[in-house]
Every structure is written in structure tokens, then in C-alpha cells.
Design a protein around this ligand. Structure first.
Ligand code: DX5
Ligand code: ZN
Length: 224
């Protein structure tokens, strides 16, 4: 199945050359660009906002996957939709009204998703599953690139896989299962085997000289 998506996280890119960094990974085979928005409130780090998204949009000929690590959430939704976001995901504990935030994303014409931290229960998905296009499971605690994959995430990935397969059978609608944090060439196969179909990788791609080679090496692990 060639339905796997690799989404380089530009958190580990050189911010002084963001446009070129994005062009390089797109040319190197990236399927999505993962855009980590941190506010030094929901997470203890600070990155970039909608203005930067708008500025880099011309360099991203693939969908921009905006991962909001901000609190509150709602004010940022239209701002990012207007700035060229294609997918917007947020952490349920950062929104006071999860269903409403998801509706705002859908109404803005973007794909919507919830992000679950390693300790967040998957039950939060059930009531809003009709509004989800993607479930993003964190395999590290959010805030920083370059952390190690938390092994207990594998079990959670398989649990969500079962939930999403059942949903797809009953509703004929496929929700993507994305995983974020600590994904490398040597563990991506295991993460795929657990049920993930979309893989965020920051340091594993931007930490090496040859981005195309890293993306290719990851994709090779996903073959057959
Ligand atoms: C962490 C971010 C991740 C991060 C992953 O809060 O959500 O997207 O960039 O970085 P690596 O792949 O280095 O773990
Ligand atoms: Zn992320």
C-alpha cells in the first residue's frame, strides 16, 4: 500500500532559510509539511504563527499540516486557514469546546484533527469522530524536537487503529492515523505495523545533510 504519508516537521529546519528548507523536503519526497505552532503557554516553547505560514506557503506545493500547540485554540483557526493551512489539528485539553473548534476548522475549509498526548485517553475521540479527518498521536510529550519515542505509544496506536477501522467499515470514511515524535528510519516500520499511516519526522530528516535520502530510507521501510 503506497498510502503512507511522510510529513517532515520544520521544527528541526533552519529557520533562517525556511522557504528553501521546505522546497528541499518537498523535492525530496515529502507528502505533507508539518508545521508545529507553539505558544509558550500550552507548551514551554515558542515557534511561529500564521504570518510565517503565509510566507512559506509558496514553497509548499504539498499540504501544510498545522499542529497547534496553543491555548486557547479557536482564535488561531481562521488565521491559519487564511494563511494557507490545509490540515489543522489541536490538543483537546487546550480547547474549552472541542466540538466547536472542530466545526470551525471544517467551516474554514480545512481537514480537522485531534492530537492526543502520551497520557491522554483515546475516549475523547468517540463523541466527535464524525468531525475528524485525522487523529494525531503524540509519541513524545509536545514542545521539543529530538526526543525519544515513548514505547507505550505503540499499544495506543493499535487501539486507535481498531477504532478507525471499525469506523471506516461502518461509515465508509477513512480517518488518517498520524504519529508525531521520535520517529526514525529504524523504528518507522514498527510504528506502521502498529497501525499508523502518517509519519511526522523532524530531527530524523533535518538532522541529516541529505533530506531526500532520509525520506527515501523511511519510505523503504514502509514498502510492502
Ligand atoms: C513536538 C512536535 C514534533 C517534533 C518532532 O512537540 O510536535 O512535530 O517536531 O520532532 P522529532 O521528529 O525530532 O521527534
Ligand atoms: Zn508536531
Amino acid at each position: 500500500k503506497s498510502d503512507f504519508i511522510i510529513a517532515p516537521s520544520i521544527l528541526s529546519a533552519n529557520f533562517a532559510y525556511l522557504g528553501n528548507e521546505i522546497s528541499s523536503v518537498v523535492d525530496g519526497g515529502a507528502d505533507w509539511i508539518h508545521f508545529d505552532v507553539m505558544d509558550n503557554h500550552y507548551v514551554p516553547n515558542l515557534t511561529f504563527g500564521p504570518m510565517v505560514c503565509r510566507a512559506v506557503k509558496p514553497y509548499a506545493s504539498v499540504p501544510i499540516d498545522v499542529h497547534l500547540m496553543v491555548e486557547p485554540v479557536d482564535e488561531m483557526i481562521n488565521a491559519f486557514a487564511d494563511a494557507g493551512a490545509n490540515i489543522i489539528t489541536f490538543h483537546p485539553e487546550a480547547s474549552r469546546h472541542i466540538d466547536k473548534s472542530l466545526s470551525l476548522i471544517n467551516a474554514a475549509g480545512c481537514k480537522a484533527g485531534l492530537v492526543l498526548n502520551p497520557a491522554t485517553t483515546i475516549h475523547v475521540l468517540e463523541e466527535v469522530i464524525d468531525k475528524l479527518d485525522v487523529v494525531l498521536l503524540m509519541s513524545v510529550n509536545p514542545g521539543f524536537g529530538g526526543q525519544s519515542f515513548i514505547p507505550s505509544t505503540l499499544k495506543k496506536i493499535s487501539q486507535v487503529r481498531i477504532l478507525l477501522d471499525e469506523y471506516a467499515r461502518e461509515n465508509d470514511r477513512y480517518i488518517r492515523l498520524e504519529v508525531d515524535g521520535g520517529i526514525k528510519v529504524d523504528n518507522i516500520a514498527q510504528i506502521a505495523a502498529a497501525g499508523a499511516d502518517t509519519f511526522v519526522a523532524g530531527s530524523a530528516i533535518f538532522g541529516h545533510k541529505d533530506y531526500a535520502k532520509q525520506i527515501k530510507a523511511m519510505r523503504a521501510q514502509l514498502a510492502d
